[in-house]
Design a protein around this ligand. Structure first.
Ligand SMILES: Nc1ncnc2c1ncn2[C@@H]1O[C@H](COP(=O)(O)OP(=O)(O)OP(=O)(O)O)[C@@H](O)[C@H]1O
Ligand SMILES: [Mg+2]
Length: 161
């Protein structure tokens, strides 16, 4: 069962991203699904900040993959425009993902077979206005336990989460 967090604005989604960063380690892949404007990049930006990335973190829709130097290397992929990627596009996109980096992948489905198994799967759904339902699912029960603790901590800080 995924951990569910209600977000009533970008600030809460950013808090989820920052908290998620705390449990990630080099080599981890996080995939993010959700409609346009759901808040995937908003969450990734906050996670990257928490991982020590200081410059602007913008959607890599056209670059396919952005790489940042934080306390660890951070990769941000957005495969939205890839559709059915050819080998070269796929290679470029996946170059940034590796054992040293923490990788975030928006619109992951077309590149999923080239990625290591995601440690965390994020799903963000619109719930009207600025409200979003953020679901976090871990690859194993140890990760799910960390995600549950993360939700409890956020609930204590944001009463409505
Ligand atoms: N609760 C919320 N969480 C996140 N973003 C929100 C929320 N409420 C409003 N927003 C706004 O929605 C937009 C989310 O944009 P963002 O680029 O993060 O979405 P995305 O899921 O990455 O979209 P895309 O599929 O185009 O990459 C931002 O303008 C943000 O300010
Ligand atoms: Mg995005």
């Amino acid at each position: 069962m995924p951990v569910e967090i209600r977000s009533d604005g970008p600030t809460t989604t950013e808090a989820v991203g920052a908290a998620l960063a705390d449990i990630l380690a080099p080599g981890d892949v996080v995939v993010l699904r959700g409609d346009l404007g759901a808040g995937k990049t908003t969450l990734v930006r906050a996670a990257a900040r928490a991982l020590g990335v200081s410059g602007p973190v913008t959607s890599p829709t056209f670059a396919i993959a952005n790489s940042y130097e934080g306390r660890v290397p951070v990769a941000h992929l957005d495969a939205w425009r890839l559709g059915d990627p050819d080998d070269e596009e796929m290679g470029l996109a996946l170059e940034a993902v590796g054992p040293e980096a923490v990788a975030f992948v928006e619109w992951p489905d077309s590149v999923l077979h080239g990625l290591p198994a995601p440690r965390v799967t994020v799903d963000i759904a619109h719930r009207g206005g600025d409200v979003r339902l953020v679901r976090l699912l871990g690859v194993d029960s140890a990760t799910d336990a960390l995600l549950g603790a993360l939700r409890d901590d956020l609930r204590a800080r944001y009463r409505d989460a």
